[in-house]
Structures are given as C-alpha cells and as structure tokens.
Design a protein around this ligand. Structure first.
Ligand SMILES: Cc1cc2nc3c(=O)[nH]c(=O)nc-3n(C[C@H](O)[C@H](O)[C@H](O)COP(=O)(O)OP(=O)(O)OC[C@H]3O[C@@H](n4cnc5c(N)ncnc54)[C@H](O)[C@@H]3O)c2cc1C
Length: 492
C-alpha cells in the first residue's frame, strides 16, 4: 500500500511526489513512457520558468552564483506580481480562474525557491530572453530564469532528487483507471510489461499531461483540421488521466477547444524528437514577413512581444491554405535570429533577390507573394527607429493587415524563407481543481483521495498563454497537490 501514487513523470509529477515525500513515507511515480523517453513535455522544454521577482536580490535566491560582475552588466528589471497577474488576465481574455491564477503568481517565486532548496539549479536565461544593448544585457518580457540544462537538465535533476528521497519510479507503467468506490479513490489500475494489475494507494495525484497527442480527441474537441497539426512534445500525453477522472465523475473544465500551438518546422516529425527538442520551433517571426500559400500576409507579426503571441499563432497558421506559411527575413536581421534557425533539420530556401526567393517557394502563389512583399516594403514607416527591446511602433501603414512593431523593409540580400506549420504544445481543457489541488466532481463536490496538477488541469489557460507559465504551473500546483495528498494519506 502506497501513501501517495503520482500518475505521470513530468515536472508537475515530480514536484507533487517530492512535496508528498516531505510528509508521506511511501510515494510511487507511474510513468507511462519507457525510461529513455520519460519526462513528458517537461523534458522537451527550454526549462524557462515565469516568476514574479522584484530585482537581482530575488534572483540571487535562485541563482546564488550570480556574480557581482554579472549583476553589474545586466538590467534584470523587475516582474512584479501585478505584471504577472495582468499578463495572465490579458492573454487569457480575462477568463483565467482568479483564485488559481493568484496562487500561480504568488507562489511562483517561493515554489522555485523550494525547488532550489530541494536541489534543482537555475540560471539566468541570457541566451533567450536578453538582448545586449550598449554592452549591457537587458531582459525583457518577464521571463528571466531557466533550469540549468533546460528541460532535459530539469528532468534529470528531479529524477535524481526523487530517487534520493526514496520515491519509487516505475517506467513503462501506464495508468488505465482509478480504483474507487463511494468513499473515494484507493489506487490505480496499471499496465506494465504486458500485465494489468491494481496498485493500492491512500491518495492519487494525476499529473499525466493533456490530450494533445491524441489525434482523435484533438479533432473532436479542437475541431476539424487539428488532426493535421504536429505534436511538439511527448507522444504519451493522450488524455488518459483526464479520461480516468471523468470516468469516476470528475468535472470537465476550461478551454477544451483551445490549446497552446506555435510555428513549427513544416517537415518536423508527427511527434516530438528528443534529439532536436524545441529546435523545430521558429520564434523569430516578430522580425519576419509572414506569407501564406496564397501569397498573402495573414497576421500582424509584430502585434506584441513574442512571449505574448507565439502560443496563439500556431492556430492561425493551421487555418491557412495547406496549413503552412513562410517566414521571410533579409540579411539585416540575420543576427537577430534565434538559434533554432541554425539547426540542420530546417526547411529553408534562400535567394539573392526577392524574385529569386519567391521562385523557390513551392506550393505557393509566387506572383501574389512577390506583389505582397513589394507592397509591404513600400508600407514600412522607415522614419521610426527599429528597436527590438521595446514595442517600437515601427509599423506599416495602409495594408489590409498592418504590422504594428519591428517592421523592416526586405532589401538586403541574401533573403531567407523558412516553411512552418502548426505545432501543438498542449491542450488547455482538463479537470477542475480547487486551491488545494483536489479534483472537483461534476456536482461541485470533492472526489476524496484524488488530486491533480499541471497540463491536465483546466481553467487556468484560455486562448493564449504567457511563455514559461507551463513549468511554473506544474511546479506550483504539483507541490500543492502533493502536500494535500500526503496530508490526506497520513491523516496530518
Ligand atoms: C517543445 C516544448 C517546449 C516548451 N517550452 C517550455 C518552456 O520553456 N517553459 C514552460 O514553462 N513550458 C514550456 N513548454 C510547456 C511545458 O512543457 C508544459 O506546460 C509542462 O511541462 C507540463 O508539465 P506536466 O508535468 O503537466 O506534463 P508533462 O511534462 O507532459 O508530463 C506528463 C507525464 O505523464 C505521463 N503519462 C501520460 N499518460 C500516462 C498514463 N496513462 N500513465 C502514466 N503516465 C502517463 C507522460 O509520459 C509524462 O511523463 C514547452 C512544451 C514543449 C512541447
């Protein structure tokens, strides 16, 4: 008999298990994936955590080896709780659950500090979230901290810490259903090594991710066309734990037709490849001109900082003819392109003139594309200075769809175009929890012994998402759910 069984092997699951182990003796993690593919979407990440902080002193609690020189050479700015709350409200169009969102924000820094204390190491995200201006790094967009070693480093660290804490981990162990009766949940039915059996537990935490890797559910809940999206991360998040909970009366909650989806290499495999990780993403689009197969622009590439648009623009690309688009850059902007543009597995064409570039755009109305690019060039307000660190207002005027910031003319060869499609990251719909991480049933009551955290919880993210909130969400509510489950199991 286990005190707490945690279903899932990603960041939310590890935080739940670690937190449970602080008061419960016997904690078990059931991970569906084999060990070499374990770690869920969390392992695919860059390891970026969004958290509220007031300055370098807060950051030093997470990154004790931040040197005086690094602090002197960096403008970390601040990211207050108010800013984080505002960002959540704005990007979710004011639908995010107010109680859960307040916890997410207020517990973001203390939870990361707890992870640090348990042994997870963090660093500043110099490579991704800071630009160098006048010899000084300046962070932008409220996203400053990442786990050392990114997602793989995070999962490796959490696995070692869990093992040291005496937490058992079963790999290749797929949870199939919950063992329950009128008094609540008492364990999990598992399939492992071809054998199906029950594992008894006093409390169960579900942290098995969303349903984005389930093609049929994607099409059923997100709509026609979603079967054509690529899955950015793990192939194992097929909604199992959501179904297990619904089967015993849990309430479905949140934005079931919504998801996090981004620009992703058109020729990427159907599901994530751990060797490439998040390298298939193409996130430098605020500096690009987007063209679809009809040769038309279709979105304001510079509507906001990348952090606040990237998660909803995947859907916009999926809605384009043939579900793809080109990101077009000229040589002026080349050094601004993120590292993911330099990987070997990239779908890219080049040309020394716009005519030559366009002639290489297969599957595209090339005549319309050239006209669109010329019309765009003529509309750029070049008298406004370009500044990638602020919303610079360097826009286009009088186009059917204008670019609001960072508009640059395409005039310096060689020109480059990258073909992207929609890559789905995770589904937004899931289960309803209360502020203790307890799962709510469809009558509004509790399901005794059942807790949930991470991607499979609905009601926090809707329509869109501020970058780096997924890991924070899993950590904050994983810790809470684990502690609640352990308290229920041990009667403390
Ligand atoms: C390419 C990519 C990059 C990303 N970058 C970032 C980033 O930098 N920062 C950020 O905050 N977020 C990022 N995200 C989002 C982030 O990965 C998720 O929000 C977060 O990791 C979800 O954590 P989780 O623990 O809930 O789910 P996961 O980490 O996906 O874990 C779910 C686990 O459940 C297991 N499982 C599934 N079904 C079963 C079953 N039936 N039985 C047992 N186990 C099961 C899976 O194998 C997996 O181990 C990124 C996602 C992707 C795909």
């Amino acid at each position: 008999m286990y005190d707490v069984i945690v279903v899932g092997g990603g960041n939310a699951a590890f935080c739940a298990a670690l937190s449970a182990s602080e008061s419960a003796k016997k904690v078990l993690i059931l991970e569906r994936a084999p060990e070499e593919e374990a770690g869920g979407n969390s392992r695919f990440t860059a390891g970026l955590f969004r958290l509220a902080y007031t300055g370098p002193d807060d950051l030093k609690t997470l990154i004790p080896d931040l040197s005086a020189e690094e602090i002197a050479n960096t403008d970390f700015g601040t990211y207050t709780e108010e800013q984080f709350l505002d960002d959540m409200a704005r990007v979710t169009e004011f639908r995010c659950d107010p109680d859960l969102t307040e916890i997410l924000v207020k517990k973001s820094l203390p939870t990361a500090q707890w992870m640090r204390k348990r042994g997870v190491r963090f660093t500043a995200a110099w490579g991704r979230q800071a630009f160098k201006i006048g010899g000084k790094f300046k962070f932008w967009g409220g996203l400053t901290v990442e786990a050392v070693g990114g997602g793989p480093g995070l999962i490796e660290a959490e696995t070692q810490i869990a093992k040291k804490a005496g937490i058992e981990i079963w790999y290749g162990a797929r949870a199939l259903s919950l063992v329950s009766d009128d008094s609540g949940v008492h364990g999990v039915t598992v399939k492992k090594d071809g054998r199906t059996f029950q594992v008894q537990g006093k409390a169960v935490v579900l942290a098995a991710g969303g349903f984005q890797a389930n093609t049929e559910w994607r099409t059923r809940y997100m709509g026609p066309g979603w079967e054509l999206a690529k899955v950015r991360g793990t192939r194992f998040n097929t909604g199992d734990a959501i179904q297990m909970a619904l089967d015993i009366g849990a309430a479905a909650h949140g934005n079931w037709s919504g998801c996090h989806a981004v620009a992703w290499d058109r020729n990427a495999p159907e599901t994530g490849d751990l060797a490439v990780g998040d390298g298939f993403q193409k996130h430098s689009y605020p500096w690009c001109v987007y063209i679809n197969a009809d040769g038309k622009r279709f979105v304001d590439e510079g509507a906001d900082f990348r952090n606040y648009t990237y998660a909803k623009y995947g859907r916009v690309i999926l809605q384009q003819p043939k579900q793809f688009a080109w990101q077009i850059f000229d040589a002026k902007l080349k050094q601004q392109l993120r590292d993911e543009y330099k990987i070997r597995q990239v779908t890219k064409i080049t040309g020394n003139t716009l005519e030559e570039l366009v002639s290489r755009m297969d599957d595209t109305d090339q005549k319309a594309a050239l006209e669109t690019l010329k019309e765009y060039n003529a509309a750029v307000q070049t008298h406004i200075p370009f500044n990638p660190n602020v919303k610079d207002g360097r826009c286009t005027k009088n186009l059917a769809i204008n670019k609001s910031n960072w508009a640059n003319t395409l005039d310096t060869p060689p020109f480059e175009a990258y073909a992207v499609t929609c890559g789905i990251t995770f589904s937004f719909g899931g289960l309803r929890i209360n502020t203790q991480g307890q799962v709510i049933n469809s009558d509004g009551g509790l399901i005794p012994g059942l807790y949930a955290a991470g991607e499979l919880v609905g009601g926090i993210f809707w329509f869109n998402y501020p970058g780096g909130s997924g890991l924070t969400n899993g950590a904050v509510f994983g810790k809470i759910a684990g502690a609640s489950a352990a308290a229920a199991a041990t009667g403390r």
